[in-house]
Design a protein around this ligand. Structure first.
Ligand SMILES: *Cc1c(COP(=O)(O)O)cnc(C)c1O
Length: 456
């Protein structure tokens, strides 16, 4: 009896070898993109009526396609927000795929959903959310922000209807300029406005600023507001909004409090910075991306609701063929975001968290925070480099005296060409500056120091 056809056996062995070899590389190759013409020349056409065969498809992947992507878990990938999945989470991702599990409903995916809910519960606990809180793993912070805000608007609308009031001509969400771009995208998708709240000198949304802006707003603007978005770890500079202050204003005005902690939420389990997040326990909805700083492979974001019933009211899909799942009263992840089919994408994260224990996550996060502080200290010692602000989490932004954007870009390009690092400039208050983001426990301060040497 054969468990495999010969070809399947061959693929299984090759994929296992590739996966094992890949995760053993320390460091993995940084690699770099190629142009469409370069890829066309090397790869050609892969989708053909007869197929090119598994051997050739795998060869193209290993030799041409994978090297044409920048490795996000390289320790010197410091642009955007890197990734750094644990080996356990990467390998378990293969097991999840092999299980053909549908994670949308309890009926089909009970075991997977049960395990995902334990990781969601851990995140709810570190945030201080109440017992009834819960949600779902979605594909990313953008999907989480949109789904959370849709639930918020649905709740606001339902309340207006219950109170016999009219629906406003426009809906609006309040946010500061440093809120993530996905908040503006979500508002645009919802055909809602964004009420811009002035931030402070570090780009923080604060309770007093929010209170003042709302006191000064026209009645029609107040009428249109359904939520306030606070950011717990801005993507650009890594600062945490005044969550307690913002929460208080939301409570006083009956506004939904959405906390976007896609990047920063991982640091909730780091005692040295936990105080920055005080007030997050008041969130009505909260987004944390394990694929950023909780060592999970793409694509996974936790979307948590204080009261999941609000989300189910907004997102439950109804159709004749779905009636059996909607009446059962069981925990259906589909009901908590704008999706139906989903893989139980939280499982690679859960498996790793369960294997290593949450203390290991705390220690890894603290290690990254400490590397960030060492880099900040290093920057302060360099006469040509100016640290722009004390890092709160794991992002440093700094200026190279005398450089303009083309200088930063040219230097960044050279680092990638030399395969030394993947870095990119950003801007702060309209000035081009350099930005490093740390989430990889394998990044060492000495490596970063050597990189900074090349900026002098
Ligand atoms: C990265 C990020 C997002 C978007 O998350 P994706 O997973 O990329 O969709 C949203 N908000 C913040 C604060 C982020 O850092």
């Amino acid at each position: 009896m054969h468990r495999y056809t010969d070809e399947t056996a061959w693929i299984a062995a090759q994929v296992e070898t590739y996966a094992n070899d890949r995760i053993a590389l320390d460091p993995p190759p940084l690699d770099a993109p190629r142009t469409p013409a370069q890829l066309a020349a090397k790869v050609g056409t892969t989708v053909t009526p007869q197929g090119i065969g598994a051997k050739e498809a795998l060869r193209l992947y290993v030799e041409e396609l994978a090297p044409a992507t920048i490795t996000t878990d390289h320790p010197m990938f410091l642009a955007f927000v890197p990734g750094a999945p644990t080996k356990a989470s990467i390998l378990f991702d293969l097991a999840v795929s092999a299980s053909s599990m549908f994670g949308g409903t309890w009926l089909e995916g009970a075991g997977g959903v049960y395990a995902e809910n334990q990781a969601l519960r851990w995140l709810a606990d570190v945030a201080g959310l109440p017992d009834g809180a819960g949600g779902v793993f979605v594909s990313g912070g953008s999907a989480g922000n949109l789904s959370g805000l849709v639930a918020a608007r649905h709740a606001a609308h339902a309340r207006r209807v219950a109170e016999g009031r009219d629906r406003p001509a426009r809906w609006a969400v309040a946010a500061a300029a440093e809120a993530h771009s996905s908040i503006r995208s979500a508002a645009a998708l919802m055909d809602a406005d964004v009420l811009a709240i002035p931030d402070d000198d570090r780009g923080r949304l604060t309770g007093p600023n929010l209170r003042a802006a709302l006191s000064a707003a026209e009645p029609s603007v107040l009428e249109s507001l359904f939520a306030v978005v606070a950011t717990a770890g801005t993507t650009n500079v890594g600062i945490v909004d005044d969550l307690a202050g913002v929460a208080e204003v939301c409570r006083a005005r009956g506004l939904w409090f959405h906390v976007d902690a896609a990047y920063g939420g991982a640091a909730l389990c780091a005692p040295s910075v936990r105080h920055l997040f005080d007030g997050i326990e008041h969130a009505d909805s909260l987004v944390i991306d394990p694929h950023k700083w909780l060592f999970a492979p793409y694509d996974v974001a936790a979307l948590l609701y204080r009261d999941p019933a609000d989300a189910a009211a907004a997102h439950t899909q109804r159709a004749a063929y779905l009636e059996e799942i909607n009446v059962s009263g069981e925990w259906n992840p589909s009901a908590f975001a704008y999706h139906l089919t989903r893989r139980p994408r939280g499982l690679p994260f859960v498996f790793s968290l369960a294997s290593h224990g949450t203390d290991a996550y705390r220690d890894a996060d603290e290690r990254i925070l400490s590397v960030t502080l060492q880099v900040a200290e290093d920057l302060r010692r360099r006469p040509t480099l100016d640290l722009l602000m004390e890092p709160e989490l794991s992002i440093v932004v700094f200026r190279r005296r005398g450089w303009d954007r083309p200088d930063y870009v040219a230097w960044s390009d050279r680092q990638l060409a030399d395969q030394a690092a993947f870095v990119l400039p950003t801007s702060w208050r309209s000035e081009p500056v350099m930005r490093f983001c740390f989430v990889n426990p394998r990044t060492r301060a000495e490596q970063v120091s050597a990189l900074l040497d090349t900026m002098d």
